[in-house]
Design a protein around this ligand. Structure first.
Ligand SMILES: C[S@@+](CC[C@H](N)C(=O)[O-])C[C@H]1O[C@@H](n2cnc3c(N)ncnc32)[C@H](O)[C@@H]1O
Length: 512
């Protein structure tokens, strides 16, 4: 595999997790390229981790992620050194379109050697065509928007296809890409036609991984994968294109004989937030803009029922009763977490067994990056209200359901992806969460924990669970950067299912 715009490595983690009966990996990442230095550090660390087979990862990895070793000590560790050198040849920090193409092509050429059966994966950045990003950018400067290089970063992906003609490619993007236009032309049509015919002598069939139709019948929406249909505890809808070089498509008879076998299977049951977060320690949040202490935090929560004053709805007494009950629960919270919380993680029956196998790593001896944010007293009241409302009514309130006293004074209408009325959004335990987007790095209002007794937004680890990163996946950088990387990624468990289809396809017999 070659992975472009690799972020923290969600997509390549999933592909790398496809193993044979003996547990050996079936895909190897040969080169991954990411421009952001911090995301690249995450990518590199995971590349090191993957150099070891399951169960054989040296203990110094665990010491590092638990904070007992510095990064330098870890990278110099005799048990890691060779893997780290290998990983550095694999995970490259470079900006596609800026770093010289000769250099980038050199890495890829060297990594591929004589291989012709390989997969290109990646997701060119989406800011310019993410729905809200588009309106925000366009409103600033139409001309700048139209000429924004980010529209055209996919051409870097295309250039690698033109140069190296992979047997297969998988390209991920946001749904907004389907409707975005540039100079009056639909960007998606342009991208599709470029990918289908990257060169005069090179053709690709671009298939959907969820809808069984011939190429000519496919509508743009048929390329959208709804992650929650595939066992991901998050409603994340993304465009994923599955490209097959035409000579490979023509000679793989299985593609014509049973094309439905190259589609993702819908899972019978959706996974809810509570199942995904099971086993993680309960935490209190913290107070910002005033001195924090457990007592001060509880004091703030105890004020919550007063915020219902003047709210004349029949529901009020139920919410008030829920608040009283959950404040009692909150009084028992003792910790706000830590970069490493030593504990035994026991998710219990609420998390399906296969998910437990996916997430858990007993060698960790605890939970990484599970530390709460601080919230203003007024936001704690909103969180308490929203979570109690959801616990009582079984749906998340929007701002129109809020008591007058809890409405924000100056509402910051951040249009990045979050509608104004959902500015404060509690996640519901029994359902998949809403999409974890990079906005989560700015504030947690859209990601309120379902348990009113914790009264807080999600931690980095919880966001990582919703994105199906295994618990031993460590995100480098400060907390804001960690959240941002998580929001950008493809859920690894979804990527694994895609990888399994690609593997089936690539190992199907070919004629001639
Ligand atoms: C949507 S994220 C990719 C997520 C990744 N596929 C995953 O599953 O984790 C896009 C990434 O592209 C990176 N990026 C943006 N422009 C780039 C460029 N010119 N060259 C390399 N990486 C770039 C961003 O920093 C971001 O991490």
């Amino acid at each position: 595999m070659i992975d472009l715009f690799a972020g923290p490595g969600g997509l390549c983690e999933g592909f790398s997790s496809v193993v044979d009966a003996a547990g050996e990996r079936r895909f190897a990442v040969k080169v991954s390229i990411e421009k952001d230095a911090v995301a690249h550090r995450t990518l590199l660390l995971r590349a090191i981790f993957r150099k070891f087979s399951k169960g054989k990862v040296p203990s110094c990895y665990y010491d590092y992620v638990r904070g007992k070793l510095t990064r330098e000590q870890f990278l110099d560790h005799p048990e890691i050194k060779e893997a780290a050198e290998d990983a550095a040849r694999e995970a490259r920090c470079a900006e596609l379109g800026v770093t010289s193409s000769t250099e980038v092509d050199g890495w890829i050429r060297e990594a591929l050697g004589n291989q012709t059966d390989w997969v290109l994966i990646g997701g060119p950045p989406c800011q310019a065509y993410s729905l809200a990003g588009r309106s925000r950018l366009r409103s600033k400067d139409v001309q700048k928007f139209e000429s924004d290089a980010k529209h055209f970063l996919y051409t870097e992906y295309l250039r690698i296809i033109q140069e190296f003609a992979p047997a297969v490619f998988v390209m991920e993007n946001v749904k907004g890409m389907l409707n975005s236009t540039n100079s009056g032309k639909r960007i998606f049509e342009q991208i599709l036609s470029d990918l289908k015919a990257p060169r005069d002598d090179l053709r690709y069939e671009v298939r959907s991984l969820v809808v069984h139709k011939t190429e000519g019948e496919l509508e743009p929406n048929d390329y959208v994968i709804e992650a929650d249909d595939h066992g991901i505890p998050q409603s994340r809808h993304r465009v994923i294109l599955f490209g097959i070089r035409s000579d490979v498509a023509a000679t793989t008879s299985a593609l014509r004989e049973h094309p439905e076998s190259f589609l993702l299977c819908k899972q019978p049951q959706k996974i809810g937030v509570s199942a995904a977060l099971a086993g993680l320690p309960q935490l209190r949040s913290r107070l910002s803009k005033e001195p924090d202490s457990r007592e001060a935090w509880i004091d703030a929560l105890r004020q919550s029922p007063q915020t219902l004053k003047g709210w004349r709805v029949p529901l009020r007494s139920d919410i008030e009763a829920a608040m009283v009950k959950f404040i009692k629960k909150a009084e028992k919270q003792t910790t706000f977490g830590a970069p490493f919380v030593e504990t035994t993680v026991v998710p219990g029956g609420c998390m399906p067994k296969d998910l437990q196998n996916w997430y858990l790593d007993p060698k960790l001896g605890g939970v990484l990056q599970h530390e709460t944010r601080s919230h203003m007293r007024s936001d704690l009241h909103r969180y308490m209200f929203a979570a109690c409302f959801a616990a009582t009514r079984k749906y998340a309130p929007d701002l129109y359901d809020f008591p007058p006293r809890l409405l924000p004074d100056h509402v910051n209408v951040d249009a990045e992806t979050i509608p104004f009325k959902d500015r404060f959004r509690v996640q519901l335990g029994q359902f998949p969460s809403s999409t974890v987007v990079a906005h989560i790095k700015k504030d947690g209002h859209y990601y309120i924990h379902p348990d009113p007794g914790q009264c807080r937004s999600l931690t980095v680890r919880e966001a990582a669970r919703l994105q199906t990163f295994p618990d031993n996946y460590f995100f480098e950088g400060n907390r804001t950067e960690q959240y941002g990387q998580i929001g950008n990624a493809v859920p690894p468990l979804l990527a694994k299912q895609i990888g399994e289809i690609i593997l089936d396809f690539m190992t199907s017999p070919r004629r001639g």
